[in-house]
Design a binder for this molecule. Sequence first.
Ligand SMILES: Nc1nc2c(ncn2[C@@H]2O[C@H](COP(=O)(O)OP(=O)(O)OP(=O)(O)O)[C@@H](O)[C@H]2O)c(=O)[nH]1
Ligand SMILES: [Mg+2]
Ligand SMILES: [Zn+2]
Length: 356
Amino acid sequence: MSLSDLGWSEALQQQFAQLASTFPDTTLEPARVITEHRGAYQLITAGGPCWAEPTGRLRHQAEDRSQLPAVGDWVAVDPQARVVALLPRKSAFVRKVAWNRSEPQVVAANVDAVFIVTSANTDFNPRRIERYLTAVREGGATPVLVINKTDLCDEIEPLLASLGSAGHGLCVARVSALERRGGEQLTAHLGPQRTVALVGSSGVGKSTIANWLLGKEALATGEISENERGRHTTTQRQLLPLPAGGSLIDTPGMRELTLWAEAQDLEASFADIEELAARCRFLDCQHQGQPGCAIGDAVEAGELDPARLESFFKLQREVQHLEQRRQHSPARLQKQKQIARAIKQRKRSPLGGKLR
Ligand SMILES: Nc1nc2c(ncn2[C@@H]2O[C@H](COP(=O)(O)OP(=O)(O)OP(=O)(O)O)[C@@H](O)[C@H]2O)c(=O)[nH]1
Ligand SMILES: [Mg+2]
Ligand SMILES: [Zn+2]
């Protein structure tokens, strides 16, 4: 397998040469991150696969985890198998690490498209799909909604209709990985130099789709019974080169996708609501029963689904909340340092650890 099969290009080569020139004391080689395991990375270099760890300097300079290598990244690796630097990402699918920490996690880097996989029978949830769409667009990739398990459900169109305007212009693939049906709708987004990530809830068939496209059973897939839902079969993110060129990134199922989004992408997913908001009488309309509120009028007239409006508000609150936390966290850190210093000083004072 060559680096160009994985998407290495003239443009990347130029970026790499520029980056390498800032490390004149060492010979660097380009590589792509395939998997990650406890802070070590499996890479593919021109000479083949190898494991590497980031240098202390790279770790130290990273402000948060999103600045460390992620699956799909192009990196510069030194002769001691250390990742020295990352090449700039052209896109990334990012989510918040954990519900109580305001830190982004890069699920897949340098992806051209993201297959948002959902199953036609039980998993289909318009609100969740809206969240995925926002996150994919925010990361600079093209979303493709993949409705899998169509063998279990004949009524696909009502599902799509339930997406409302979020479904307008959206690329949708209707497939059955089990019956190998609809594959051409997926391969249309693949090809040499292209990278596609598969995301979605556990059990929707991401790994089954990946095996199908790979033409072999490379990944484990899982039976899910009604009483053990939420069990994850795939446990790590993994980039897999495709036989026809290009690559796929399989990811573990996500129970909840917490957004790492900017307000502008919110607007892209809810363009209809933004359009209505522009027609409200007051510029600062809160759309909560204010006079002349175009959004309220649309709900009353049955033109806007109240559930969709609620999901817009929810997403908006989440984005604002993240925004605030991001702005406040350095100050909070400073405060914590001050407290720690005060405690230390108190311990050294003649009063000992006693509170004053
Ligand atoms: N009926 C039907 N079952 C499918 C289809 N695709 C996958 N499955 C089944 O769904 C189950 C889960 O598939 P996986 O591919 O492991 O799902 P996953 O999305 O990778 O799940 P995680 O790795 O846990 O995130 C398996 O039993 C598959 O055989 C399909 O098109 N139709
Ligand atoms: Mg899987
Ligand atoms: Zn309004």
